[in-house]
Design a binder for this molecule. Structure first.
Ligand code: ADP
Ligand code: MG
Length: 380
């Protein structure tokens, strides 16, 4: 059964009537532009055909109450009495409520049922999808127009200041404002966006190495600090402001590690722009080359891959039908994203999975994806 039907059916079983609104909020994958967001640079994610589905009806008593088919514990709280951040999935819903109130929205209550086929913690951003579904629930109930960048900022605020996760705004931006068959180039400096069509007859295949970065590891924060230090050396606020020529000219005296970090960010921003032109020219071959080059730089210059990501990317790149592949997300584990000929995608996935299993004894999860639209109220 598709998730829309499922969530509608469960809603009807519980409340004895049809939901007033059914909301879909997608997960995402980043095609290119990694570790560029916090350097004020460029990223290019797309929304995938895996989503949070939320069926709701209004409530008149100022409460929000919801049940997730994937979770045991339902949530129920009073909008005007949120208390302090706690534990559990409800914190994302509360966090968005809190951030909307902080931004001056007047909120009415709702109740409903949700479900999702975005794997949790695989780097496909189930949390941002849940935040955007929540934001859309409040907008739909009060008949307020969807302002994607504003809702993305609210989602980020919920995640940073309520749920306590230090993340950028890319995930919420793409979930809030994606368009079908398109990726979205986001300039993280001013949040301006540009839709970029996926090359025709291609599939995006996400290959999960099944390895995860340890939360105790400081890799991500180290990289942020290193980028800051490198920017300081070059006398710019962010590495986004550095160009290749200045990078070469003024690199004397800079620690070699910091230099490599800067080379990654400067070249990666460039690759996003080049990949965007390749996509506009409907050229998957060139786009794939930039994806491969991105992986090389993340491995050699930025040093955020692990053995399994390197293996998965190499296996994907060597397998028939693949235009290019790279690690995606923060790194140190997680997924590889590959651009593949559409008619070869199934065979490609089976072959890479078998090869990866042969070497590692780990069975990867594989998602063959289409680029979908962003968060919306789905028509009946
Ligand atoms: P991800 O990379 O998937 O975003 P996070 O750890 O950031 O991983 O967010 C995952 C959290 O989002 C879950 O622990 C849960 O709190 C919430 N979440 C995701 N999917 C669901 C769901 N179907 N129902 C309820 N909460 C969910
Ligand atoms: Mg998340």
């Amino acid at each position: 059964m598709n998730l829309k039907k499922l969530v509608q059916q469960r809603f009807e079983e519980k409340f004895g009537e049809q939901p007033a609104f059914v909301i879909r909020a997608p997960g995402r994958v980043n095609l290119i532009g990694e570790h560029t967001d916090y350097n004020d640079g460029f990223v290019m994610p797309m929304a995938i055909d895996r989503a949070v589905w939320l069926a709701i009806r209004p409530r008149e008593d100022g409460r929000v109450s919801a049940h997730s088919l994937e979770m045991d514990d339902p949530i129920d709280f009073e909008i005007s009495n949120l208390g302090k951040p706690g534990q559990g999935w409800g914190e994302y819903v509360k966090g968005v409520t809190w951030a909307l109130l902080e931004e001056g929205f007047e909120l009415s209550g709702w109740e409903g049922v949700l479900t999702s086929d975005i794997p949790v913690g695989a780097g496909l951003s189930s949390s941002a999808a849940l935040e955007m579904a929540t934001a859309m629930a409040f907008m739909a109930i009060s008949n307020t127009e969807w302002n994607a960048p504003q809702m993305a900022r609210i989602g980020q605020r919920a995640e940073n200041d309520w749920a306590g996760a230090n993340t950028g705004i890319m995930d919420q931006m793409i979930s809030a404002s994606a368009a079908q068959d398109h990726a979205l180039m986001i300039d993280c400096r001013d949040l301006s966006t540009q839709l970029v069509p996926l090359p025709p007859k291609t599939s995006i295949v996400i290959l999960d190495t099944m390895t995860r970065h340890t939360h105790t590891g400081s890799g991500y924060n180290d990289r942020r600090n290193e980028c800051e230090a490198a920017a300081k050396h070059f006398g710019v606020e962010f590495l986004r402001d550095l160009d290749k020529v200045t990078l070469q000219k003024n690199s004397i005296g800079l620690d070699k590690t910091l230099l490599r970090r800067a080379i990654h960010v400067v070249s990666e921003n460039d690759r996003v722009i080049q990949a965007m032109s390749a996509m506009q020219n409907q050229d998957p071959h060139i786009m794939g080359l930039f994806m491969n080059a991105s992986h090389d730089s993340l491995r050699d210059n930025f040093e955020v891959t692990n053995r399994d990501l390197d293996l998965m990317a190499a296996l994907a790149q060597e397998t028939k039908g693949c235009y290019g592949a790279r690690m995606t997300g923060g790194g140190f584990g997680g997924c590889v994203v590959a651009l593949v000929q559409e008619e070869q995608a199934e065979r490609f996935a089976t072959e890479v999975a078998a090869d990866y299993f042969n070497v590692t004894d780990m069975q990867p999860h594989i998602y063959i994806c289409k680029a979908t639209g962003g968060t919306e109220v789905v028509k009946n």
